[in-house]
Design a protein around this ligand. Structure first.
Ligand SMILES: [Zn+2]
Length: 363
């Protein structure tokens, strides 16, 4: 028996001849993540591919699409993975399943999390940090440094710097690292209807995304996940805030600072262009295009001022928070949120100040 990470759920050693016993005296001081160029479980990769005699290929670990980790070559031994004897004698090599075939060759969040955690475990036990300098001299290396290959694929390759950051932060004593650098859900709720900019981020792989659709309803939120919002029960996949250009959630009000009527007036004044350009600009700025276009069609704002121009916020968010705290104005809970936002204030900011009053941080 050789050394296997505690994170591995199984050991399926490659066929004889698909790896080299020992590392010719070399110490482990590198990690080389690969992509499988396929969607597999860790076990499928280890058994169906690397246990085939004569394959002349293997990996120390295989990470499946669901994040399962299996060992395929003991850490004491050199796997045949990276087309470089020198590299693989010093590296723990890791095959990672994709969650899409072709394109960016993405990997699932689950596989990514497992990769981060496995790298942390390897670096800790073998006492080295990740250094990525785009050359074979670093301690994080790529297959395509050694041969003419697409491996590790554009997506995983684009995440190498992030991998270094996360792993080294954990080595620096970050307690339990959060492997997914996460855009925090910005106040979005289940039921919110959001518009996406056409970039789809699949987290669960097996679900087919529907790129013809650009609007969906948030049906599930996993706080802290890389792509926290599930749209239309998976018909549109998982996305994060970076691809949402507009929506009906409260967070939207933070960007949509002006009222729809004011924007309609601006449309009449020519500020937002016409046709598709107008639509794109309004959505990118966080406004609901259809609502505003309806107002424009009704002539709202035509004469330079909106018919029901709401007062521009004249007080600061702190003023409002003080009113809430000292006078009890603005109600509580949802009512407060509605009133504060209707008056054009950023509820999150106001509430932050209220919390500071409550905690004694602010007087
Ligand atoms: Zn490779």
């Amino acid at each position: 028996m050789g050394t296997v990470s505690k994170l591995a759920s199984g050991v399926y050693i490659a066929a004889e001849g698909n790896y080299e016993h020992g590392r010719a005296g070399q110490k482990i001081c590198k990690i080389t993540p690969h992509h499988m160029a396929g969607i597999l479980t860790g076990k499928q990769c280890a058994v169906n591919i690397f246990q085939k005699p004569g394959r002349k290929a293997s990996a120390n670990y295989c990470i499946g699409n669901d994040g399962d980790i299996v060992c395929n070559v003991y850490e004491e031994d050199r796997a045949y993975t990276s087309s470089s004897r020198a590299n693989d004698r010093q590296a723990v090599t890791i095959e990672v399943s994709n969650c899409e075939i072709g394109g960016q060759w993405r990997i699932s969040d689950a596989a990514w999390n497992s990769l981060v955690n496995l790298c942390i475990d390897i670096c800790k036990r073998h006492n080295f940090r990740l250094v990525y300098d785009n050359t074979p001299n670093g301690s994080l290396t790529r297959h395509d440094m050694f041969s003419n290959t697409n491996c590790p694929g554009p997506y995983l390759k684009s995440k190498f710097n992030e991998l270094v950051t996360l792993v080294n932060a954990a080595l620096d004593g970050g307690s339990q690292p959060t492997p997914t650098p996460t855009p925090q859900p910005s106040g979005r709720k289940v039921g919110d209807v959001v518009t996406i900019n056409g970039v789809y981020v699949a987290s669960n792989s097996t679900k087919k995304l529907n790129p013809a659709r650009t609007t969906g309803t948030i049906t599930k939120i996993i706080s802290g996940a890389l792509n926290p919002y599930l749209l239309d029960n998976g018909n549109l996949g998982w996305v994060n805030d970076s691809v949402i250009v507009s929506g009906t959630s409260s967070s939207n009000n933070q960007t949509a600072k002006k009222s729809n009527e004011e924007i309609a007036a601006e449309v009449w004044a020519g500020k937002w262009g016409t046709g598709t350009e107008r639509k794109n600009k309004l959505q990118a700025a966080g406004y609901d295009y259809n609502t505003i276009q309806n107002l424009v069609n009704k002539g709202v704002g035509k004469n330079g001022s909106s018919t029901s121009k709401p007062s521009t916020p004249s007080k600061s968010a702190l003023d409002i928070a003080r009113e809430i705290w000292t006078k009890g104005n603005w109600g509580t809970g949802d009512e407060r949120k509605r009133k504060v936002e209707a008056a054009g204030y950023n509820y999150a900011e106001v509430q932050k100040y209220v919390n500071e009053f409550a905690s004694g941080k602010r007087k």
